[in-house]
Write a protein that binds this ligand. Structure first.
Ligand SMILES: Nc1ncnc2c1ncn2[C@@H]1O[C@H](COP(=O)(O)OP(=O)(O)OP(=O)(O)O)[C@@H](O)[C@H]1O
Length: 257
């Protein structure tokens, strides 16, 4: 469903994404991990057709993101790092506006707006102006717009940032419930979030792929012989530390998924 091949993005003399290659199968939920500045948001912006790459290719649902960005945008729901929610609009007006931008059939819009609002728990604030909502509610509104039209692929950049613990649990449950039908790639700095919501983990550092595997595969590879269960979150911190703490220069990109 997502195929990234040798993707590179340079901002002047900074290489933010450096020869990244990976694939995500239909219905998989993949966690995207990496330190600040590793290139996660840049990769997500390229995948969603919002940013051109310097070189390499990216395909979503069989469409090239550079050659057919509209086909890609139609099939992708994107929650950017800072959702561009319009502070003067009510939640309902904003979601309707987003539905129109996504070119949903007019007759489907009210029902679809109600559906995503209920799924993200913003149905109680539909007539409130977004500027007056708490950060957590704004984040939910961002998530609601990503779900509009029931897209095959969801790209979520730090979906639980700004939420309170209860909301975080709800959003994680929501993300888990999307698995199977939707292909999800989500970035986060919260390691337990990955263990709770994702089947596979993609780790990047300095723009390069460091590892890409299932949680079980990572445990086998990096903590051999250790008995850990997926309820035991600390294992992921240990593996992550091994992967991103000062890998030898040039070696990071050599690890294959
Ligand atoms: N528009 C831009 N112009 C110049 N440099 C940029 C731009 N956007 C991102 N960068 C740089 O590219 C690198 C990768 O940034 P990116 O936001 O993709 O990382 P990230 O992994 O998402 O980080 P974080 O976890 O902090 O969100 C960083 O060094 C960042 O400063």
């Amino acid at each position: 469903m997502i195929e990234v091949s040798n993707l590179t993005k340079r901002y002047r003399d900074l290489t933010a994404v450096d020869g990244l290659s990976f694939t995500v199968g239909k219905g998989e939920v993949v966690g995207f991990l990496g330190p600040n500045g590793a290139g996660k948001s840049t990769t997500m912006r390229i995948l969603t057709g919002f940013l051109p790459a310097t070189s390499g290719t990216a395909r979503v649902a069989g469409f090239d993101v550079f050659e057919e960005p509209l086909e890609v945008k139609r099939r992708i729901g994107y929650l950017p790092e800072s959702p561009p929610v319009y502070v003067d609009l009510t939640v309902r007006a904003y979601l309707r506006f987003c539905a129109e931008l996504k070119q949903l059939p007019r007759a489907r819009v009210p029902g679809e707006v109600d559906r995503v609002a209920a799924r993200t728990g913003v149905d109680g604030v539909m007539d409130r102006v977004i500027g007056n909502l708490s950060k957590g509610y704004r984040q939910r509104v961002g998530l609601a717009q990503a779900l509009l039209g029931d897209p095959e692929v969801l790209v979520l950049d730090e979906p639980t940032v700004g939420l309170d613990p209860l909301q975080i649990r709800e959003v994680r449950t929501l993300i888990r419930s999307l698995a199977g039908k939707h292909t999800v790639i989500l970035s986060t700095h919260i390691l337990p979030e990955v263990a709770m919501t994702c089947e596979k983990v993609l780790v990047v550092n300095r723009g390069r792929l460091v590892d890409y595997d299932t949680l079980g595969g990572l445990i086998e590879k990096h903590l051999p012989g250790r008995k850990v269960t997926l309820d035991d979150i600390a294992f992921l911190e240990e593996i992550y530390g091994k992967l991103v703490e000062a890998p030898p220069a040039g070696a990071a990109g050599e690890v294959r998924p």
